[in-house]
Design a protein around this ligand. Structure first.
Ligand SMILES: Cc1cc2nc3c(=O)[nH]c(=O)nc-3n(C[C@H](O)[C@H](O)[C@H](O)COP(=O)(O)O)c2cc1C
Length: 309
Protein backbone atom coordinates (compact mmCIF):
# COMPACT_ATOMS: atom_id res chain seq x y z
CA UNK A 1 0.00 0.00 0.00
CA UNK A 2 1.25 3.51 -0.78
CA UNK A 3 1.79 5.89 2.14
CA UNK A 4 -1.53 6.90 3.71
CA UNK A 5 -2.47 10.57 3.47
CA UNK A 6 -2.78 12.24 6.85
CA UNK A 7 -3.53 15.61 5.25
CA UNK A 8 -6.57 17.65 6.20
CA UNK A 9 -8.24 20.60 4.50
CA UNK A 10 -9.87 23.14 6.78
CA UNK A 11 -11.05 26.69 6.12
CA UNK A 12 -9.24 26.78 2.78
CA UNK A 13 -5.92 25.70 4.33
CA UNK A 14 -4.05 22.42 3.93
CA UNK A 15 -2.56 20.80 7.02
CA UNK A 16 -0.05 18.00 6.43
CA UNK A 17 -1.63 16.10 9.33
CA UNK A 18 -4.37 16.86 11.87
CA UNK A 19 -2.10 17.21 14.93
CA UNK A 20 -1.71 20.71 16.39
CA UNK A 21 -0.11 22.02 19.56
CA UNK A 22 -2.89 23.61 21.63
CA UNK A 23 -2.76 27.24 22.66
CA UNK A 24 -0.71 27.74 25.81
CA UNK A 25 1.54 24.74 25.28
CA UNK A 26 3.83 26.00 22.53
CA UNK A 27 4.27 29.66 23.58
CA UNK A 28 5.15 31.25 20.20
CA UNK A 29 7.06 28.26 18.88
CA UNK A 30 10.67 29.28 19.43
CA UNK A 31 10.97 27.77 22.93
CA UNK A 32 10.15 24.32 21.53
CA UNK A 33 12.30 24.49 18.44
CA UNK A 34 15.30 22.71 19.97
CA UNK A 35 13.10 20.09 21.59
CA UNK A 36 10.83 18.85 18.80
CA UNK A 37 10.48 19.02 15.03
CA UNK A 38 7.68 21.59 14.95
CA UNK A 39 7.54 21.40 11.17
CA UNK A 40 6.48 17.74 11.35
CA UNK A 41 3.19 18.74 12.97
CA UNK A 42 0.00 19.88 11.31
CA UNK A 43 0.44 23.19 13.07
CA UNK A 44 0.76 25.14 16.26
CA UNK A 45 -1.66 27.47 17.99
CA UNK A 46 0.20 30.26 19.74
CA UNK A 47 -0.24 31.36 23.32
CA UNK A 48 -2.91 34.05 23.70
CA UNK A 49 -2.17 37.52 22.32
CA UNK A 50 -3.86 40.55 23.92
CA UNK A 51 -3.69 44.27 23.17
CA UNK A 52 -1.76 44.94 26.37
CA UNK A 53 1.14 43.11 28.04
CA UNK A 54 -0.26 40.70 30.64
CA UNK A 55 1.94 39.54 33.46
CA UNK A 56 -0.44 36.80 34.51
CA UNK A 57 -1.48 35.56 37.92
CA UNK A 58 0.34 34.90 41.19
CA UNK A 59 2.23 31.59 41.59
CA UNK A 60 1.61 28.73 41.74
CA UNK A 61 -0.02 28.95 38.32
CA UNK A 62 -0.30 25.23 37.60
CA UNK A 63 -1.09 22.29 39.85
CA UNK A 64 -1.22 18.59 39.04
CA UNK A 65 -3.91 16.33 40.45
CA UNK A 66 -4.83 12.70 39.74
CA UNK A 67 -7.29 13.64 36.98
CA UNK A 68 -4.98 16.00 35.12
CA UNK A 69 -3.95 19.56 35.73
CA UNK A 70 -5.43 22.85 36.85
CA UNK A 71 -3.96 26.18 35.75
CA UNK A 72 -4.51 29.87 36.23
CA UNK A 73 -1.72 31.29 34.12
CA UNK A 74 -3.87 34.37 33.49
CA UNK A 75 -3.23 34.56 29.75
CA UNK A 76 0.21 36.04 30.43
CA UNK A 77 1.69 37.34 27.17
CA UNK A 78 3.95 40.14 25.97
CA UNK A 79 1.15 41.94 24.11
CA UNK A 80 0.36 42.30 20.43
CA UNK A 81 3.16 44.73 19.50
CA UNK A 82 5.91 42.50 20.91
CA UNK A 83 4.39 39.33 19.46
CA UNK A 84 4.29 41.02 16.06
CA UNK A 85 7.82 42.43 16.27
CA UNK A 86 9.63 39.55 17.98
CA UNK A 87 7.71 36.30 17.54
CA UNK A 88 5.86 36.32 14.21
CA UNK A 89 9.06 36.96 12.20
CA UNK A 90 10.62 33.86 13.77
CA UNK A 91 7.56 31.77 12.90
CA UNK A 92 7.52 33.15 9.33
CA UNK A 93 11.17 32.27 8.92
CA UNK A 94 11.25 28.91 10.67
CA UNK A 95 8.09 27.00 9.82
CA UNK A 96 7.66 25.81 6.27
CA UNK A 97 5.07 23.07 6.51
CA UNK A 98 3.32 23.42 9.88
CA UNK A 99 0.51 25.99 9.86
CA UNK A 100 0.41 28.68 12.55
CA UNK A 101 -2.81 29.86 14.19
CA UNK A 102 -2.60 32.94 16.41
CA UNK A 103 -4.76 32.76 19.55
CA UNK A 104 -6.36 36.11 20.44
CA UNK A 105 -7.92 37.32 23.72
CA UNK A 106 -9.50 40.56 24.89
CA UNK A 107 -10.81 42.26 28.01
CA UNK A 108 -13.75 43.71 26.10
CA UNK A 109 -15.34 42.59 22.83
CA UNK A 110 -13.74 45.32 20.71
CA UNK A 111 -10.21 44.25 21.75
CA UNK A 112 -10.35 41.17 19.51
CA UNK A 113 -10.82 43.20 16.32
CA UNK A 114 -8.05 45.58 17.38
CA UNK A 115 -5.55 42.78 17.99
CA UNK A 116 -6.43 41.20 14.64
CA UNK A 117 -6.13 44.56 12.85
CA UNK A 118 -2.67 45.13 14.35
CA UNK A 119 -1.42 41.66 13.43
CA UNK A 120 -2.96 41.23 10.04
CA UNK A 121 -0.29 42.69 7.74
CA UNK A 122 2.38 40.43 9.31
CA UNK A 123 3.48 37.24 7.52
CA UNK A 124 4.10 33.92 9.22
CA UNK A 125 0.66 32.70 10.19
CA UNK A 126 -2.37 31.25 8.47
CA UNK A 127 -5.37 31.87 10.70
CA UNK A 128 -6.67 33.19 14.02
CA UNK A 129 -8.23 31.39 16.95
CA UNK A 130 -10.41 33.69 19.06
CA UNK A 131 -10.44 32.64 22.71
CA UNK A 132 -13.96 33.70 23.66
CA UNK A 133 -13.94 31.39 26.66
CA UNK A 134 -12.26 34.12 28.73
CA UNK A 135 -14.31 36.56 30.83
CA UNK A 136 -15.55 39.88 29.42
CA UNK A 137 -14.44 42.46 32.00
CA UNK A 138 -17.11 44.96 30.90
CA UNK A 139 -19.87 42.40 31.40
CA UNK A 140 -18.64 41.65 34.93
CA UNK A 141 -16.84 38.44 34.09
CA UNK A 142 -19.38 36.61 31.93
CA UNK A 143 -17.47 34.86 29.17
CA UNK A 144 -17.91 36.24 25.64
CA UNK A 145 -18.79 32.84 24.27
CA UNK A 146 -21.75 32.53 26.68
CA UNK A 147 -23.46 35.69 25.45
CA UNK A 148 -24.79 35.76 21.87
CA UNK A 149 -24.56 39.56 21.56
CA UNK A 150 -20.96 39.73 22.85
CA UNK A 151 -19.94 36.75 20.72
CA UNK A 152 -21.41 38.41 17.63
CA UNK A 153 -19.51 41.63 18.35
CA UNK A 154 -16.22 39.77 18.93
CA UNK A 155 -16.46 37.72 15.75
CA UNK A 156 -17.85 40.41 13.45
CA UNK A 157 -15.19 42.95 14.54
CA UNK A 158 -12.44 40.40 13.95
CA UNK A 159 -14.08 39.43 10.64
CA UNK A 160 -13.97 43.05 9.47
CA UNK A 161 -10.24 43.22 10.25
CA UNK A 162 -9.00 40.19 8.27
CA UNK A 163 -9.48 37.87 5.34
CA UNK A 164 -7.62 35.09 7.15
CA UNK A 165 -9.75 32.23 8.53
CA UNK A 166 -11.18 32.74 12.03
CA UNK A 167 -11.63 29.82 14.42
CA UNK A 168 -13.71 30.55 17.52
CA UNK A 169 -12.80 28.60 20.67
CA UNK A 170 -15.75 27.72 22.88
CA UNK A 171 -16.05 26.44 26.44
CA UNK A 172 -17.53 23.04 27.40
CA UNK A 173 -19.67 24.62 30.10
CA UNK A 174 -22.06 26.37 27.71
CA UNK A 175 -25.65 25.15 28.07
CA UNK A 176 -25.87 24.71 24.26
CA UNK A 177 -22.47 24.66 22.55
CA UNK A 178 -24.08 23.98 19.14
CA UNK A 179 -26.24 27.12 19.39
CA UNK A 180 -23.22 29.30 20.22
CA UNK A 181 -21.26 27.71 17.37
CA UNK A 182 -24.10 28.80 15.05
CA UNK A 183 -23.95 32.34 16.44
CA UNK A 184 -20.18 32.42 15.77
CA UNK A 185 -20.57 31.12 12.22
CA UNK A 186 -23.39 33.58 11.44
CA UNK A 187 -21.07 36.40 12.61
CA UNK A 188 -18.34 35.24 10.22
CA UNK A 189 -16.37 32.41 11.85
CA UNK A 190 -14.75 29.90 9.46
CA UNK A 191 -14.27 27.21 12.10
CA UNK A 192 -14.94 26.26 15.72
CA UNK A 193 -12.49 25.03 18.34
CA UNK A 194 -13.84 22.96 21.23
CA UNK A 195 -13.01 22.86 24.08
CA UNK A 196 -11.25 25.18 26.49
CA UNK A 197 -10.54 24.17 30.10
CA UNK A 198 -13.33 23.64 32.67
CA UNK A 199 -13.35 25.87 35.79
CA UNK A 200 -12.25 24.07 38.95
CA UNK A 201 -10.79 24.45 42.42
CA UNK A 202 -8.11 22.42 44.19
CA UNK A 203 -7.64 23.19 47.89
CA UNK A 204 -4.39 22.98 49.84
CA UNK A 205 -5.89 21.42 52.97
CA UNK A 206 -3.03 22.30 55.32
CA UNK A 207 -3.34 25.98 54.47
CA UNK A 208 -7.13 25.87 53.82
CA UNK A 209 -6.38 27.94 50.75
CA UNK A 210 -6.67 27.33 47.03
CA UNK A 211 -3.65 25.44 45.67
CA UNK A 212 -3.32 28.03 42.89
CA UNK A 213 -2.20 31.58 43.62
CA UNK A 214 -5.19 32.98 41.74
CA UNK A 215 -7.74 30.76 43.52
CA UNK A 216 -9.73 28.83 40.92
CA UNK A 217 -8.31 27.62 37.63
CA UNK A 218 -9.01 25.73 34.43
CA UNK A 219 -8.99 21.93 34.51
CA UNK A 220 -7.30 20.16 31.61
CA UNK A 221 -5.98 16.69 30.82
CA UNK A 222 -7.31 13.17 30.26
CA UNK A 223 -10.72 13.65 31.93
CA UNK A 224 -11.59 16.32 29.38
CA UNK A 225 -11.46 13.96 26.43
CA UNK A 226 -15.02 12.57 26.48
CA UNK A 227 -16.31 16.07 27.20
CA UNK A 228 -14.41 17.49 24.24
CA UNK A 229 -15.47 14.64 21.97
CA UNK A 230 -19.14 15.21 22.87
CA UNK A 231 -18.79 18.97 22.28
CA UNK A 232 -17.22 18.17 18.89
CA UNK A 233 -20.12 15.87 17.95
CA UNK A 234 -22.65 18.52 19.03
CA UNK A 235 -20.92 21.27 17.05
CA UNK A 236 -20.71 18.94 14.04
CA UNK A 237 -24.48 18.53 14.12
CA UNK A 238 -25.04 22.29 14.47
CA UNK A 239 -22.71 23.74 11.81
CA UNK A 240 -20.81 22.60 8.73
CA UNK A 241 -17.55 24.56 9.24
CA UNK A 242 -14.35 22.70 10.22
CA UNK A 243 -13.75 21.88 13.88
CA UNK A 244 -10.54 21.80 15.93
CA UNK A 245 -11.01 19.25 18.72
CA UNK A 246 -9.07 19.84 21.96
CA UNK A 247 -9.10 18.28 25.42
CA UNK A 248 -7.31 15.32 26.94
CA UNK A 249 -5.54 14.11 23.81
CA UNK A 250 -2.44 11.99 24.48
CA UNK A 251 -2.47 9.27 21.78
CA UNK A 252 -3.40 8.51 18.17
CA UNK A 253 -6.56 6.77 19.40
CA UNK A 254 -7.56 9.96 21.20
CA UNK A 255 -7.11 11.91 17.95
CA UNK A 256 -9.26 9.35 16.14
CA UNK A 257 -12.05 9.83 18.70
CA UNK A 258 -12.17 13.52 17.79
CA UNK A 259 -11.93 12.89 14.03
CA UNK A 260 -14.79 10.40 14.04
CA UNK A 261 -16.85 12.86 16.14
CA UNK A 262 -16.35 15.46 13.41
CA UNK A 263 -13.08 17.35 14.01
CA UNK A 264 -10.72 17.90 11.08
CA UNK A 265 -7.86 19.00 13.32
CA UNK A 266 -6.97 17.96 16.87
CA UNK A 267 -4.83 19.92 19.33
CA UNK A 268 -2.69 18.48 22.14
CA UNK A 269 -2.35 20.57 25.31
CA UNK A 270 -1.54 19.12 28.73
CA UNK A 271 0.02 15.91 27.37
CA UNK A 272 2.47 18.02 25.34
CA UNK A 273 3.35 20.12 28.39
CA UNK A 274 4.27 16.93 30.24
CA UNK A 275 6.19 15.54 27.25
CA UNK A 276 6.71 17.76 24.18
CA UNK A 277 7.46 14.70 22.04
CA UNK A 278 3.91 13.35 22.37
CA UNK A 279 2.47 15.21 19.33
CA UNK A 280 5.22 13.93 16.99
CA UNK A 281 4.69 10.41 18.29
CA UNK A 282 0.96 10.75 17.63
CA UNK A 283 1.65 11.69 13.99
CA UNK A 284 3.80 8.55 13.56
CA UNK A 285 1.19 6.39 15.29
CA UNK A 286 -1.59 7.78 13.06
CA UNK A 287 0.43 6.76 10.02
CA UNK A 288 0.91 3.27 11.51
CA UNK A 289 -2.76 3.01 12.40
CA UNK A 290 -3.82 3.90 8.85
CA UNK A 291 -1.43 1.34 7.36
CA UNK A 292 -2.59 -1.41 9.71
CA UNK A 293 -6.28 -0.74 8.83
CA UNK A 294 -5.77 -0.13 5.12
CA UNK A 295 -6.98 3.47 5.49
CA UNK A 296 -5.65 5.49 2.55
CA UNK A 297 -6.82 8.95 3.67
CA UNK A 298 -7.37 9.93 7.29
CA UNK A 299 -9.75 12.67 6.13
CA UNK A 300 -12.25 9.92 5.17
CA UNK A 301 -12.84 9.26 8.89
CA UNK A 302 -13.94 12.80 9.75
CA UNK A 303 -17.51 12.91 11.06
CA UNK A 304 -18.22 9.22 10.49
CA UNK A 305 -19.78 8.81 13.94
CA UNK A 306 -23.09 6.97 13.91
CA UNK A 307 -25.39 7.98 16.76
CA UNK A 308 -27.67 5.30 18.16
CA UNK A 309 -31.10 5.47 16.51
C1 LIG B 1 -0.95 26.03 30.90
C2 LIG B 1 -2.08 26.24 29.93
C3 LIG B 1 -2.20 27.45 29.24
C4 LIG B 1 -3.24 27.66 28.32
N1 LIG B 1 -3.32 28.85 27.64
C5 LIG B 1 -4.33 29.03 26.74
C6 LIG B 1 -4.42 30.25 25.99
O1 LIG B 1 -3.56 31.14 26.09
N2 LIG B 1 -5.47 30.41 25.13
C7 LIG B 1 -6.42 29.41 24.95
O2 LIG B 1 -7.35 29.58 24.15
N3 LIG B 1 -6.33 28.24 25.63
C8 LIG B 1 -5.32 28.04 26.51
N4 LIG B 1 -5.25 26.84 27.20
C9 LIG B 1 -6.27 25.78 26.96
C10 LIG B 1 -5.73 24.70 26.01
O3 LIG B 1 -5.43 25.25 24.73
C11 LIG B 1 -6.75 23.55 25.86
O4 LIG B 1 -7.97 24.07 25.32
C12 LIG B 1 -7.07 22.85 27.17
O5 LIG B 1 -5.94 22.77 28.02
C13 LIG B 1 -7.65 21.44 26.96
O6 LIG B 1 -6.71 20.61 26.29
P1 LIG B 1 -5.74 19.56 27.06
O7 LIG B 1 -6.62 18.72 27.95
O8 LIG B 1 -5.07 18.79 25.97
O9 LIG B 1 -4.78 20.39 27.85
C14 LIG B 1 -4.21 26.63 28.11
C15 LIG B 1 -4.08 25.41 28.81
C16 LIG B 1 -3.04 25.20 29.70
C17 LIG B 1 -2.95 23.87 30.41
Amino acid sequence: MSAPSLAMRAAGLTFQNPVLLASGTAAYGRELDDVIALDALGGIVTKAVSLETRHGNAAPRVWDFEGGMINAVGLANPGVDTVKADHLPWLAHSLRRAQVLVNVVGRVAEDFGEVVAKLDDAPGFAAYELNVSCPNTRAGGLEFGADAAALTTVVSRARAATKRPLFVKLSPTLPDVGAMARVAVEAGADGITVINTIPGLVIDLAARKPALGFGSGGVSGPGLRPIGVLATAKVRRAVTVPIIGVGGVASAEDVLQYLVAGASLVAVGTAALANPRVPERIVRDLDRWCRSRGVTALADLVGTLEWPA
